[in-house]
Write a protein of this length. Structure first.
Length: 73
């Protein structure tokens, strides 16, 4: 059985108040580092790649019609 390799942003330093990800070939898992044994979110790798691309480009603020909320200032 393969061991899952969790990682967090280098910006987090030694903090344990972080989001960690584990990228596998077909899925990306996300968890709260304060509760490593707790619930996880899982997304297809293609969805995660799209999310990161849109976030990095700033287009994540362009919500489709019907989505509520304002981007944080």
């Amino acid at each position: 059985m393969q061991t899952t390799h969790w990682q967090k942003s280098t910006y987090s330093g030694d903090s344990s108040n972080c989001v960690e990800i584990a990228a596998e070939p077909s899925i990306v898992r996300i968890r709260d580092s304060k509760n490593a044994g707790g619930s996880q979110l899982a997304f297809p790798s293609s969805a995660w790649t799209s999310f990161i691309s849109h976030t990095a480009s700033g287009s994540i603020n362009n919500r489709p019609p019907g989505i509520r909320g304002e981007p944080n200032a």
